[in-house]
Design a protein around this ligand. Structure first.
Ligand code: SAH
Length: 465
């Protein structure tokens, strides 16, 4: 080990920053974040740097560096582009045994700055000892995405409860076990989603009425329209911590592959008219598994609250006070529209967009068709393949121009995506001639005419017709 990582408490302490340019500005930002009192010394000092330092209790001196600048300070950072000055600063500091960091010159430093992932109070520093700074920054990027920003809230929650837990457990080992359980159970999820009061309440309950195991919880997660790259960080994190997953046909195989390997997988179906489980059975199963103490992932295509019956699935959980959370996903309309180059709104064509179900009850057309025929809106029909001829005919019957552009997007965002474009009048015939596979999304409106211009020519040919 070439360096010992330590964390420096700079709150209210004087720090000298030599240099007045953009690198000095970056360092000043960091020092101010750590609540240091920054003194800047340089013949020229940028205005942004000056006002930031002054606004945070520091001072600026437009003069050359001299050794007496080192009086009183606890840390020195040299960020000038002049090698001789950097050298001088470093030598003076070494003489005085003052910690010094010279930007981009590890040989002159007694302390080096790591790349930082800031989840205060949780703080992660990554360093290559100055040997491979780009690599350190790449590692930081990986950690940034693996540790959600909300870990700050989790750490805040832990720090708030620390004394109470300490007072409760005389035995350090028991205390450690308690924290491990709390920081991986429902309180963790509550804190991560911002409900610190709820997390504290849960922790208190666990202190006063200890239970052998945590209660279970349910994550209702939107998995997006198919492309695994469209998952959210939160979805991925919960997918990797769930013990059992309930999924249906809309969840693509590559997405399912990202679920924790040893998780139990339960297929709950939902192909049109061939439900593997009835909705009420799914609701009950979620509840039963959670009551057994399991972390249950309910993985849904798109967004759980858009034609996803997500509301129904959590109602029973709410009644039984089972902790749950809902994670939004990219809905099919957004995913398919973007991947097909069809903006859902556009100043020239559509001032609003409507998501409509095309799953018409008993084949009857009980939609408010009159509201759907306005020319300044885009219509997006979910579950509209079987009723495509009726939908197009009703819109025309209620006054929509038969020449209105319409697109059917098949298996959107997947490598098998196909975009079938036509008009309200011609689309049903065209689709009847082609072998079209569900899921499909129907987009109707002037914006569809932009598809030719805006569709993506960049990559995989499978994304084009
Ligand atoms: N909750 C989902 C919608 C569920 S309803 C969401 O927010 O996307 C199921 C309908 O969604 C399908 O009938 C189809 O119309 C649409 N859909 C879902 N994924 C799709 C995809 N990859 N391509 C095209 N349509 C899709």
């Amino acid at each position: 080990m070439d360096y010992l990582p330590l964390f420096f408490d700079l709150r209210g302490k004087p720090v000298l920053l030599v240099g007045g340019g953009t690198i000095a500005l970056r360092k000043a930002r960091l020092l101010i974040k750590a609540h240091a009192l920054v003194t800047v010394v340089a013949p020229e000092i940028g205005h942004e740097l000056e006002s930031m330092v002054l606004a945070n209790g520091g001072s600026v001196h437009r003069e050359p560096y001299s050794e007496r600048c080192l009086d009183q300070v606890v840390l020195v950072i040299s960020a000038t582009d002049q090698a001789d000055i950097n050298q001088q600063v470093a030598e003076d500091c070494h003489q005085r045994r003052l910690p010094v960091n010279v930007v981009d010159s590890p040989a002159l430093c007694s302390v080096i700055m790591p790349a930082i992932v800031d989840r205060s109070p949780l703080m992660i520093g990554i360093s290559s000892g100055g040997e491979a700074p780009v690599l350190a920054r790449m590692v930081r990027a990986q950690i940034e995405s693996a540790i959600p920003g909300a870990y700050s809230q989790l750490a805040t929650f832990a720090s708030r409860c620390r004394d109470r837990v300490k007072a409760h457990f005389a035995d350090g080992e028991a205390r450690r076990r308690f924290w491990e359980r709390i920081l991986s159970g429902p309180a963790k999820e509550m804190a991560l989603s911002g409900n610190i009061a709820g997390a504290e309440g849960y922790l208190l309950d666990q202190l006063t009425q200890p239970q052998d195991a945590d209660s279970g919880e349910v994550y209702l997660v939107g998995a997006g329209p198919g492309d695994p790259d469209l998952l959210t960080f939160k979805a991925l994190r919960l997918m990797q911590q769930a013990e059992v997953v309930l999924y249906d046909r809309l969840v693509s195989a590559p997405i399912l592959d990202l679920v924790r390997r040893d998780a139990e997988r339960i297929y709950v179906g939902k192909k049109r008219a061939e439900h593997a489980l009835e909705q009420t059975e799914i609701n009950q199963l979620l509840l039963d598994l959670a009551l057994q103490g399991k972390r249950v992932l309910r993985l849904k295509g798109g967004d759980p609250f858009i034609f996803g019956r997500g509301g129904e699935e959590i109602e029973l959980l709410a009644q039984h006070k089972v902790p749950f959370q809902v994670v939004p996903g990219i809905t099919a309309a957004s995913g398919c529209a973007c991947y097909a180059g069809i903006p859902l709104t556009h100043r020239d064509f559509a001032q609003s967009v409507r998501f409509v179900t095309g799953h018409l009850k008993n084949g009857t057309c009980d939609l408010s068709w009159d509201e759907l025929v306005g020319n300044d809106q885009t219509l997006v029909f979910y579950m509209g393949l079987a009723s495509l001829p009726e939908i197009c005919a009703e819109l025309v019957a209620h006054g929509k121009d038969p020449a209105t552009p319409a697109a059917l997007i098949e298996q959107g965002t997947t490598p098998r995506q196909q975009v079938h474009t036509a008009t309200l009048e011609t689309l049903p015939g065209l689709v009847a001639e082609r072998e079209v596979r569900a899921p499909t999304l129907l987009i109707i409106g002037g914006v569809v005419s932009l598809h030719e211009k805006l569709r993506w020519f960049g990559g995989d040919a499978a994304h084009m017709e």
